[in-house]
Design a binder for this molecule. Structure first.
Ligand code: UFG
Length: 334
């Protein structure tokens, strides 16, 4: 009997790719998603890739009663909790919305985990918890700075809250701190498709190309070799596979808890990403330099050694491959 894993936010960018990875490793994902920043077409994309139907409930994790019914209906062997708002800018404009939604949904998930004795939670966190680090690469022990946005604050608070509930009732959890996820499944059937105007570099770049407008590069006067910011871009399928490894680690280490950085372990500047996109896809990216974006840090990249040693996971895809897959996915949409 295949193990059923609840995937909240499973129609989203990282969630949909993780559902595919779960199926490849013999698990059965059960998706909950309120479609607030995702599309039902991602469910169809997942089904095409895996060759069968997937169970999907279009509900909101902040609503306890319908969520409880799903826990009554299924006997989950684990939960991967993605469902959260993730726009830094929106969180600055409307912090209460972020606290209410991101903490409310997490609280409900933990309550039902405890009520139905579901083991093994994988929580979606972010390198944003580190703020602007003094030294790179950052390990899991790098001290946190105060959060640069309410979004970042919900990730810090979420990690702490899970840790505190774990002390009361240790059902086992892994916290995954993502660096910058980009790319798409190589089939082009699922990828990054935010509703409304995107904020992140690669989807913005793709949108600007299709609109024949220049990409705004936010700042070229940072203390980096080419003056633009440096991030650790990670292919979304590498990230998806890490979630499966995290579940497998929990199965071997019941009731334990761990935290892992997920990145390539090297940084690329914004200008390097543009140049790599152009050369791998044979397309010109028009851009212009604009002022720094408020809240951006100069550089951050991961030390992913712990994930390699404990999970047996490391990235296998390059930034260039991710940029190729992102563009391929975009071409399938038109
Ligand atoms: N950038 C541009 N122009 C754009 C968009 C981005 O130059 O139009 C630059 C940014 O200034 C930054 C880099 O591209 O230097 C990456 O920016 P992103 O917005 O893609 O990602 P961030 O590093 O800002 O990270 C944010 C959150 C993370 C979250 C991540 C992915 O802070 O917590 O988005 O959602 F994980």
């Amino acid at each position: 009997m295949s193990k059923e894993i609840l995937v909240t936010g499973g129609a989203g960018f990282i969630g949909s790719h993780t559902c595919v990875a779960l199926c490849e490793f013999g698990y059965t994902p059960v998706i909950i998603d309120n479609l607030s920043n995702s599309r039902e077409s991602m469910i169809a994309g997942i089904e095409k890739i895996i060759g069968r139907e997937v169970k999907f409930y279009p509900i909101d994790c902040c609503h306890l009663d319908p969520l409880d019914l799903i826990f009554q209906k299924h006997r989950f062997d684990g939960i991967i909790h993605f469902a959260a708002f993730k726009s830094v800018a929106e969180s600055v404009a409307n912090p209460e919305k972020y606290i209410d939604n991101n903490m409310g949904s997490l609280q409900n998930i933990l309550t039902l985990m405890e009520k139905y004795r579901v083991p093994n939670l994988v929580f979606s966190s972010s390198c944003t918890v580190y703020g602007e680090p003094e030294v790179n690469p950052v390990s899991e022990n790098t001290p946190w700075k105060s959060a640069a946005s309410p979004y970042g604050y919900t990730k810090q608070l979420g990690e702490k809250y899970i840790g505190e509930r774990h002390i009361q009732d240790p059902l086992g959890h892994v916290i995954l701190r993502y660096f910058n996820p980009i790319g798409a499944h190589h089939s082009g059937l699922i990828g990054e498709l935010p509703l409304g105007m995107p904020n992140n570099l690669v989807p913005v770049m793709i949108k600007k190309i299709s609109q024949q407008q220049p990409l705004q590069v936010f700042g070229n006067d940072y203390p980096t070799p080419d003056g633009s910011c440096i991030r650790d871009y990670i292919h979304v399928m590498d990230l998806a596979e890490a979630h499966v490894k995290a579940l497998q680690w929990l199965e071997k280490n019941p009731n334990q808890s761990e935290i892992f950085n997920l990145g390539q372990g090297k940084g690329n500047s914004v200008l390097e990403v543009i140049q790599q996109f152009e050369s791998i896809n044979g397309i010109r990216v028009a851009f212009e330099i604009s002022p720094r974006r408020e809240g951006d840090i100069t550089q951050i990249f991961a030390d992913p050694t712990k994930a390699k040693e404990l999970l047996g996971w490391q990235t296998t895809r390059t930034t260039a491959e991710a940029l190729k897959d992102a563009w391929h996915f975009n071409l399938q949409q038109s």
